[in-house]
Write a protein that binds this ligand. Sequence first.
Ligand code: AMP
Length: 460
Amino acid sequence: MCGIIGISQNKNAAKLVFVGLYALQHRGEEAAGIASYDGKEIYLKKKTGLVADAFDEKAIEELKGETAIGHCRYSTTGSSNQKNIQPFLVTHRGKPLAIAHNGNLTNTEKLYAKLEEEGALFQTTMDSEIIIHLLARTKNGDLKKWFVSVLSQLEGSFSLIFLSGDTIIGARDPNGFRPLCLGRLDNKYVLASETCAFDLIKAEFVREISPGEVVFIKGEKIESVFLPEIENKKKAHCIFENIYFARPDSNIFDDNVYETRKRLGAQLAKEHPIKADFVMSIPDSGNYAASGFAQELGLPLEIGFIRNHYIGRTFIQPSQFLRDFRVRVKLNPISHIIKGKRIVVVEDSIVRGTTSKSRIDELRRAGAKEIHMRISCPPIISPCFYGIDFPSKEELIAASRTIQQVADFIKVDSLGYLSLKGMLSVMKYPQDFCHACFSGEYPVAVPYNKSKYLLEGKRE
Ligand code: AMP
């Protein structure tokens, strides 16, 4: 998963992109990059780590020009290495062309094979580079024709921001898997994955880029075209963005994320009510559903876990000794309020079950009398091929176990998941969502080779 942002005709373009990336940090914590253009030169800075670690003031100052795009990365194709950090930059017909991609293509293998056969030399192992090679092969026409012809060859999920000279181009796949929003700052258009980035840079939200739409932006001018045959494509917004991924202060898919999560929690309470002394969440992701759950049942909501905000990089890939402390260093239960109590713990989802198991273990050690766990989405049973880094079926705890077996594994007194029907019933446009991770119903054909390291395998 990744966060993307683009700004044109602003003398502080790169600075604003940098600030905007802070708001999108939750979408990708592995690496960050910014490309900018001053009419003559293109500037590019990218580095592994969080946005705050990837750029210092000097680096931001050196990103000159009035056009800039930025990316923060969470790898869902290709390894997490230096050459795979975006934006990816080339020269195309004498002009700089940079790409920032959120999503996963599903026809990577086919396109790659064709391009390699034609002599393309790949520099990275990301599916995003394929888009650049296809653009390099376009003939005749103009920017609009080139982009429409290339983007219509792609399958899977893509929200994209390009920098082409002093134009920024935004595009969203015909199913609209990932969000992409249009904003306005000082009368000039800006693009970002989520509206929380607009709040931070004081831009106003205009609208979402429609599924299958490609926009060409130069300051206050915007031109929009659509990919062919989009009327035959069904919308398939990723429901996991609403459940967990997007920030609660964002509005995506024409709905507010915070509100959606509260509705999910309230529906969960209707489906799995329970008598308890209080409701608590596993912060931060479970907070909003917990609030909806507690309000629905009229139970008190307590903050049972205190979050430590000072977790440095040491804990990202720690040694074995430190790894044992990794989960516990982040959250500490307040035994004073937990001891002897019957509690309902609300969490947004269970993926592998390992974090949930250790959280429950800590609550037991803090003296909880009964622990009832409630999950504000259905059991995750199938991997995602459209951009969420869900592990293989074997690693998904609910894929091969009954709910009772999951409850036994994480050692709770009861476990209740929201039903698929209940989850969809609280969405504004239930028919417009992809729920493949819960239902196994994939709206777009999944790739034959399912490895995230698909293009690395090609080189072995
Ligand atoms: P676990 O109990 O280990 O499955 O961890 C559950 C927590 O990790 C929940 O808050 C999940 O929403 C969160 N999570 C979200 N996305 C992922 C992911 N792609 N892989 C692993 N955990 C995730």
